[in-house]
Each structure stands twice: as structure tokens, then as C-alpha cells.
Design a protein around this ligand. Structure first.
Ligand code: NAD
Ligand code: DAU
Length: 357
């Protein structure tokens, strides 16, 4: 198995954490430099249970991807085989209430990271094996009606400031491949769920609200559809892309598990009611409240993942309902983690986003 040194950005966030942990276990010859600004969404506590690593396979660096001087220093100190770019502002609702941070990190940050990667790649005589892997989202394609799927050829049509800035970053990455030849790959993935997801997103928010007997705020009619992928399956797909993906290509990643939001909430209520031994009369479903809709809310996302299946042999290995149950159990067994990440800032967010709905 070949040795690799990765620069992982945003490796202390939800998917980044799972990716770092997955790689440390599954690829013993790989080393990771994890650059993260530790915004509200990033938490170093995610790694505190890992055994001390004598070979220092995980080096954490606290800093922002917009910091060109820091990037220059890292590219000089280390010899990266790949950049795996997760760092982003990632929550749609936050992008509606405060879009500027999204432009700063998702667009300007990606631009600075591309510049640093390109300069370094040229300095090293353009090694063919180098890969800039940009982790993007299916939201760049906008919304589907009742029929059809997003393919890699679907036109970009983003609806929120979040997806617009992710679309902008995708365009920059593609331009650096076409114009300068920087070996880059883009993945566009559907909704992830699993351990370490910040409890502002649908699934962990609903789990914690059920546990605390708080209202379950379902936006609009609750019939918005998402394609749900267990985060470990996404991480496995990214490792395959790093090992076998072709520069200049885009790969859509998704599970085909399409569910309406209300169906997801019902499943979570069932799982939690069983675990918390709630009597039928106290079913958590009574907590569901239909609240005012998200502006610009995309009706349906659905991924055609046949390209990554065909070309790289990837498919989700986890059953959706089992993975959802494992996720519920992870939150039930990690209440210390929940307490740590729910700072005063988190409580402020809950007030701002849900106060007027
Ligand atoms: P997240 O919000 O949980 O984590 C983002 C991480 O990036 C945090 O650790 C944060 O501290 C860090 N960060 C933010 N700004 C930074 C900056 N300027 N410099 C350095 N670090 C910074 O996000 P996530 O859900 O783990 O998503 C990771 C990536 O995957 C994002 O690019 C997102 O667009 C993409 N994605 C997410 C999903 C999903 O369902 N969560 C699906 C498809 C694609
Ligand atoms: O599709 C990939 C995207 O999935 C990623 O690019 C984003 O980073 C990630 O946050 C996620 O975006 P969504 O907006 O789909 O995820 P979220 O968990 O915020 O919402 C999922 C659905 O649930 C969406 O239709 C809105 C709805 N929702 C969400 C919240 C937080 C509610 O009904 N109530 C809520 O309180």
C-alpha cells in the first residue's frame, strides 16, 4: 500500500473528523496534516480518545485556509501528495442569516488554497500523482421536481448563499485544472449523517430535541426530499477517489435513500421512543411542529451515483436504517461531547433561527 501525506482542511468538522479517523485506521501508511480554524463547527475534542501516535500520523494545525503565509509555510515544511479540502461554512440556514462568512471561507479560502497548491505543484515540477480533492455538495445543482436525478452533467443552479458559494468554489477548482493543469477532482455528495455532526443539522437537532422533550421544528410541509448517506460510506468513497480517481473528473456521491424530512423525523421518533422506553401516550411525535419554511428551500435532491460505482467500484456499504440507529446510539452515548460542543454560541443560534418561526 503506497504512502501518502495529506493536507486535510476542515478536518475537525463533521465529515473531516470522520475522514481523519477513517484514514488513520484504514490506511496505516498515510499521514495527515489537519488544518482547521476551529469555528463553532470544529472541535479538537473529536480526537481526544485516539491513542498517542508515536509516528505522529495526525498533526493538527490551528489556522484558516485564507492565511496564505500559513499555507506557504505548511507546503514548505511538508511534502503533500494530496489536498483534501473540506473546510467550509456548511449550514444553509446560517448562510441566509449571515452570508459573508460563506463568501470569505468558501470562495476566498478555496481560492487561496488553490493558489498555494498550484505554486507548490509547479515548484515541485508538476508531479503527476498530486491531487487537489475538492469536497462539494449536490446543492450546487439546485432543486429537482418529483422525477429525475443529478448527474455530473447537470447544470449548476444554486439556491442559497451556501450553495452559491460552493458552486463558486467548484468553478474555481475546475478553472485551475483547465487553465493551469493542476490535477484536481471534485466530488458532489448528498446529505451525510453520522457521529460528530454538529447539532444544528436536521438529524442531530431532532435527536437532541427529542431527548430534551423540546419541539421538533419541521420546515414548511415537511415533504422536502433528501438523499441520505452514512458519513463512513462517504469517507470510503473519498479514499477511493484519492487512490483511483482521474484528474479533471467530477464524481457524484449518494446513496439513493430518498426520504421526506417528515419520514426521517418519524423514524428518529420511533428509534428514540424505543430506546427511552416512552409509552405510546408520550410518543415523541407529539413534539413535531410545522414551522415557517426556509427561504429558497430546495424541494428535492437525488443523486445518480452510477459513475463512481462504474468507474471506481464504490457503493454505500451501510444499510440506511441500521446506520440511523447507530447514529442515534452514538448521540445517546456521547452526551459529554454534545455538552462540550453546545457552547453559548450554539444557544444564541437556536434563539436566532427558531425564535421567530
Ligand atoms: P462542518 O461545518 O461540520 O465542518 C467544517 C469545518 O471547517 C469545521 O471544522 C470548521 O472549523 C472548519 N472551517 C470553517 N472555516 C474554515 C476556514 N476558513 N479555515 C479552516 N477551517 C475552517 O462541515 P461538514 O458537514 O463536515 O462539511 C464538510 C465539507 O463537506 C463542506 O465543504 C461541505 O460543503 C461538504 N459537504 C457536506 C455535506 C453534509 O451533509 N454535511 C454533504 C456534501 C458536502
Ligand atoms: O445536500 C448536501 C447538503 O446537506 C450539504 O451540502 C450541507 O452542508 C448540509 O448542511 C446539508 O444541507 P441541508 O440543508 O439539506 O441539511 P439540513 O440538515 O440543514 O436540512 C435537511 C432538511 O431538513 C432540509 O430540507 C431542511 C429541513 N430542516 C432542517 C432543520 C435544521 C427542517 O425541517 N428543520 C430544521 O430544523
Amino acid at each position: 500500500m503506497s504512502t501518502k501525506i495529506l493536507l486535510v482542511t476542515g478536518g475537525a468538522g463533521f465529515i473531516g473528523t470522520n475522514f481523519v479517523r477513517h484514514v488513520l485506521t484504514e490506511r496505516p501508511n498515510w499521514r495527515i496534516v489537519n488544518l482547521d480554524a476551529l469555528t463553532y463547527a470544529g472541535n479538537l475534542v473529536n480526537f481526544q480518545d485516539l491513542a498517542p501516535d508515536p509516528a505522529a500520523r495526525h498533526r493538527f494545525v490551528h489556522g484558516a485556509i485564507q492565511d496564505s503565509a500559513l499555507l506557504e509555510q505548511l507546503f514548505t515544511e511538508e511534502s503533500f501528495d494530496a489536498v483534501v479540502h473540506f473546510a467550509a461554512e456548511s449550514h444553509v440556514d446560517r448562510s441566509i442569516l449571515g452570508p459573508e462568512a460563506f463568501v470569505e471561507t468558501n470562495v476566498v479560502g478555496t481560492f487561496r488554497l488553490l493558489e498555494a497548491s498550484l505554486n507548490n505543484w509547479k515548484r515541485k515540477d508538476k508531479p503527476e500523482h498530486f491531487c487537489f480533492l475538492h469536497i462539494s455538495t449536490d446543492e450546487v445543482y439546485g432543486s429537482l421536481g418529483a422525477e429525475g436525478y443529478f448527474t455530473e452533467e447537470s447544470p449548476y443552479d444554486p439556491s442559497s448563499p451556501y450553495s452559491a458559494t460552493k458552486a463558486g468554489s467548484d468553478h474555481l477548482v475546475r478553472a485551475y485544472f483547465r487553465t493551469f493543469g493542476l490535477p484536481a477532482i471534485i466530488t458532489n455528495c448528498s446529505n451525510n449523517f453520522g457521529p460528530y455532526q454538529f447539532p444544528e443539522k436536521l438529524i442531530p437537532l431532532m435527536i437532541l430535541n427529542v431527548m430534551e422533550d423540546k419541539p421538533l421544528p419541521v420546515y414548511g410541509d415537511g415533504k422536502y426530499v433528501r438523499d441520505w448517506l452514512y458519513v463512513i460510506d462517504h469517507c470510503d468513497g473519498l479514499v477511493r477517489v484519492l487512490e483511483q480517481g482521474k484528474p479533471g473528473e467530477t464524481y457524484n456521491v449518494g446513496s439513493g435513500e430518498e426520504l421526506q424530512n417528515i419520514e426521517v423525523v418519524h423514524l428518529l421518533c420511533n428509534l428514540l421512543d424505543a430506546r427511552l422506553q416512552k409509552p405510546k401516550s408520550k410518543s415523541s411525535r407529539r413534539l413535531i411542529q410545522f414551522v415557517s419554511d426556509r427561504p429558497g428551500h430546495d424541494r428535492r435532491y437525488a443523486i445518480d451515483a452510477s459513475k463512481i460505482k462504474r468507474e471506481l467500484g464504490w457503493g454505500p456499504a451501510h444499510d440506511f436504517e441500521e446506520a440511523l440507529a447507530a447514529t442515534v446510539d452514538w448521540y445517546l452515548h456521547n452526551l459529554d461531547w454534545v455538552e462540550l460542543v453546545r457552547s453559548g454560541e450554539y444557544r444564541k443560534w437556536i434563539e436566532i433561527n427558531y425564535g421567530d418561526r
